[in-house]
Design a protein around this ligand. Structure first.
Ligand code: GRF
Length: 188
Protein backbone atom coordinates (compact mmCIF):
# COMPACT_ATOMS: atom_id res chain seq x y z
CA UNK A 1 0.00 0.00 0.00
CA UNK A 2 1.57 3.34 -0.97
CA UNK A 3 1.78 6.08 1.65
CA UNK A 4 -0.20 9.25 0.89
CA UNK A 5 1.38 12.59 1.71
CA UNK A 6 -0.14 16.07 1.86
CA UNK A 7 2.03 19.17 1.37
CA UNK A 8 1.23 22.44 3.15
CA UNK A 9 2.66 25.61 1.55
CA UNK A 10 2.11 29.37 1.97
CA UNK A 11 4.50 30.66 -0.69
CA UNK A 12 6.07 29.95 -4.11
CA UNK A 13 6.01 26.16 -3.70
CA UNK A 14 9.34 25.28 -5.36
CA UNK A 15 9.97 22.59 -2.73
CA UNK A 16 6.43 21.22 -3.16
CA UNK A 17 7.04 20.93 -6.92
CA UNK A 18 10.42 19.28 -6.39
CA UNK A 19 8.80 16.70 -4.07
CA UNK A 20 6.08 15.93 -6.67
CA UNK A 21 8.74 15.45 -9.37
CA UNK A 22 10.82 13.20 -7.10
CA UNK A 23 7.91 10.85 -6.26
CA UNK A 24 6.26 10.99 -9.70
CA UNK A 25 7.33 7.40 -10.53
CA UNK A 26 7.15 6.06 -6.97
CA UNK A 27 4.84 3.14 -6.16
CA UNK A 28 5.49 3.58 -2.41
CA UNK A 29 4.84 7.31 -1.85
CA UNK A 30 2.03 9.34 -3.43
CA UNK A 31 1.67 13.15 -3.25
CA UNK A 32 -2.12 13.24 -2.86
CA UNK A 33 -2.90 16.84 -1.89
CA UNK A 34 -1.61 20.39 -1.54
CA UNK A 35 -3.05 22.61 1.21
CA UNK A 36 -2.62 26.40 1.18
CA UNK A 37 -3.53 29.26 3.52
CA UNK A 38 -2.53 32.16 1.25
CA UNK A 39 -4.67 33.18 -1.78
CA UNK A 40 -1.60 34.93 -3.31
CA UNK A 41 0.70 31.89 -3.03
CA UNK A 42 2.57 30.77 -6.15
CA UNK A 43 2.00 27.14 -5.13
CA UNK A 44 -1.63 27.50 -6.34
CA UNK A 45 -0.53 27.79 -9.97
CA UNK A 46 1.98 24.95 -9.50
CA UNK A 47 -0.80 22.67 -8.19
CA UNK A 48 -2.86 23.39 -11.30
CA UNK A 49 0.05 22.76 -13.65
CA UNK A 50 1.07 19.56 -11.81
CA UNK A 51 -2.55 18.36 -11.58
CA UNK A 52 -2.42 18.04 -7.78
CA UNK A 53 -5.71 18.69 -5.94
CA UNK A 54 -5.40 21.83 -3.78
CA UNK A 55 -7.40 22.82 -0.70
CA UNK A 56 -7.46 26.44 0.52
CA UNK A 57 -8.17 26.84 4.24
CA UNK A 58 -8.33 29.51 6.93
CA UNK A 59 -7.25 29.76 10.61
CA UNK A 60 -10.68 28.86 11.97
CA UNK A 61 -10.76 25.63 9.88
CA UNK A 62 -7.19 24.85 11.02
CA UNK A 63 -8.07 25.28 14.70
CA UNK A 64 -11.53 23.66 14.55
CA UNK A 65 -10.33 20.27 13.22
CA UNK A 66 -11.82 20.78 9.75
CA UNK A 67 -8.36 20.43 8.18
CA UNK A 68 -7.76 17.14 10.04
CA UNK A 69 -11.10 15.90 8.69
CA UNK A 70 -9.98 16.74 5.13
CA UNK A 71 -6.66 14.92 5.67
CA UNK A 72 -8.41 11.86 7.05
CA UNK A 73 -10.98 11.87 4.20
CA UNK A 74 -8.04 11.79 1.79
CA UNK A 75 -6.34 8.94 3.73
CA UNK A 76 -3.25 11.05 4.33
CA UNK A 77 -0.46 9.22 6.20
CA UNK A 78 2.22 11.94 6.41
CA UNK A 79 2.11 15.76 6.42
CA UNK A 80 4.91 17.80 4.83
CA UNK A 81 5.38 21.52 5.56
CA UNK A 82 7.19 23.19 2.64
CA UNK A 83 7.30 26.93 3.26
CA UNK A 84 4.21 26.87 5.49
CA UNK A 85 4.08 29.84 7.86
CA UNK A 86 1.44 29.08 10.48
CA UNK A 87 2.02 27.30 13.80
CA UNK A 88 0.53 23.81 13.59
CA UNK A 89 -2.31 23.48 16.12
CA UNK A 90 -2.45 20.66 18.67
CA UNK A 91 -5.36 18.88 16.94
CA UNK A 92 -3.19 18.36 13.83
CA UNK A 93 -0.07 17.36 15.81
CA UNK A 94 -2.14 14.83 17.79
CA UNK A 95 -3.75 13.42 14.63
CA UNK A 96 -0.31 12.85 13.00
CA UNK A 97 2.12 12.08 15.87
CA UNK A 98 5.76 12.13 14.56
CA UNK A 99 4.34 12.14 11.05
CA UNK A 100 4.69 15.86 10.29
CA UNK A 101 7.98 17.05 8.70
CA UNK A 102 9.09 20.68 8.20
CA UNK A 103 12.04 22.32 6.43
CA UNK A 104 13.66 25.46 7.87
CA UNK A 105 16.24 27.58 5.99
CA UNK A 106 18.80 27.77 8.80
CA UNK A 107 20.85 25.54 11.12
CA UNK A 108 18.38 25.22 14.03
CA UNK A 109 18.34 26.03 16.87
CA UNK A 110 19.94 29.17 15.43
CA UNK A 111 17.61 31.59 13.58
CA UNK A 112 14.42 29.70 14.41
CA UNK A 113 11.17 30.50 16.18
CA UNK A 114 8.20 32.82 15.64
CA UNK A 115 8.81 35.42 12.90
CA UNK A 116 11.99 33.69 11.67
CA UNK A 117 11.13 32.62 8.15
CA UNK A 118 12.24 33.25 4.55
CA UNK A 119 14.20 36.50 4.01
CA UNK A 120 14.09 37.38 7.73
CA UNK A 121 16.33 34.36 8.38
CA UNK A 122 18.79 35.17 5.59
CA UNK A 123 19.02 38.84 6.65
CA UNK A 124 19.76 37.78 10.23
CA UNK A 125 22.48 35.36 9.04
CA UNK A 126 24.20 38.16 7.08
CA UNK A 127 23.72 40.77 9.84
CA UNK A 128 25.24 38.32 12.33
CA UNK A 129 28.28 37.86 10.06
CA UNK A 130 27.78 34.07 10.17
CA UNK A 131 30.44 32.12 8.22
CA UNK A 132 28.05 29.27 7.51
CA UNK A 133 24.34 28.60 7.30
CA UNK A 134 22.27 25.70 6.09
CA UNK A 135 18.98 23.84 6.15
CA UNK A 136 17.22 21.86 8.87
CA UNK A 137 14.57 19.20 8.36
CA UNK A 138 12.71 18.30 11.54
CA UNK A 139 9.62 16.62 12.96
CA UNK A 140 6.90 19.07 13.98
CA UNK A 141 5.36 19.53 17.41
CA UNK A 142 3.15 22.38 18.63
CA UNK A 143 6.13 24.75 19.07
CA UNK A 144 7.79 26.66 16.19
CA UNK A 145 10.93 24.89 14.90
CA UNK A 146 11.44 22.80 18.08
CA UNK A 147 10.67 19.24 16.93
CA UNK A 148 13.37 16.55 16.68
CA UNK A 149 15.92 17.30 13.95
CA UNK A 150 16.19 14.52 11.36
CA UNK A 151 18.61 16.16 8.89
CA UNK A 152 20.90 19.19 8.50
CA UNK A 153 23.25 20.34 5.72
CA UNK A 154 25.37 23.47 5.65
CA UNK A 155 27.06 25.85 3.19
CA UNK A 156 29.67 28.59 3.63
CA UNK A 157 28.55 32.21 3.88
CA UNK A 158 31.06 34.67 2.42
CA UNK A 159 31.56 38.18 3.83
CA UNK A 160 30.38 39.49 0.45
CA UNK A 161 27.16 37.42 0.40
CA UNK A 162 23.84 39.29 0.36
CA UNK A 163 20.69 37.73 1.90
CA UNK A 164 19.54 36.70 -1.58
CA UNK A 165 22.86 34.86 -2.16
CA UNK A 166 22.36 33.01 1.11
CA UNK A 167 18.78 32.15 0.11
CA UNK A 168 19.95 30.76 -3.26
CA UNK A 169 22.58 28.51 -1.63
CA UNK A 170 19.95 27.23 0.78
CA UNK A 171 17.43 26.49 -1.95
CA UNK A 172 19.95 24.30 -3.80
CA UNK A 173 20.37 22.16 -0.67
CA UNK A 174 16.62 22.09 0.02
CA UNK A 175 15.73 20.85 -3.47
CA UNK A 176 18.52 18.24 -3.30
CA UNK A 177 17.84 16.80 0.16
CA UNK A 178 14.20 17.42 1.17
CA UNK A 179 12.59 14.71 -1.05
CA UNK A 180 15.25 12.13 -0.10
CA UNK A 181 14.87 12.85 3.63
CA UNK A 182 11.07 12.54 3.35
CA UNK A 183 11.48 9.19 1.58
CA UNK A 184 13.85 7.90 4.28
CA UNK A 185 11.59 9.11 7.11
CA UNK A 186 8.53 7.39 5.60
CA UNK A 187 10.09 4.18 4.26
CA UNK A 188 12.85 3.88 6.90
C1 GRF B 1 12.08 27.51 2.03
O1 GRF B 1 13.27 28.24 2.08
C2 GRF B 1 11.87 26.77 3.33
O2 GRF B 1 13.07 26.41 4.01
C3 GRF B 1 11.14 27.77 4.14
O3 GRF B 1 10.28 28.44 3.23
C4 GRF B 1 10.87 28.42 1.93
C5 GRF B 1 9.83 27.90 0.97
O4 GRF B 1 10.25 28.01 -0.35
N1 GRF B 1 10.44 27.21 5.27
P1 GRF B 1 9.30 27.45 -1.53
O5 GRF B 1 7.94 28.07 -1.35
O6 GRF B 1 9.27 25.96 -1.40
O7 GRF B 1 9.98 27.90 -2.77
Amino acid sequence: MSKNIAIFASGSGSNAERIVEYFSDSTEINVKLFLCNNPQAGVIQRAERLNIPLVMFNRQQFKSGKVVDILKENEIDWVILAGFLWLVPQNVVEAFPNKIINIHPALLPKFGGKGMYGHFVHEAVVENKETESGITIHLVNEHYDEGAIIFQASYPVLPTDLPEDVAKKGQVLEHKHFPEVIEKAILG
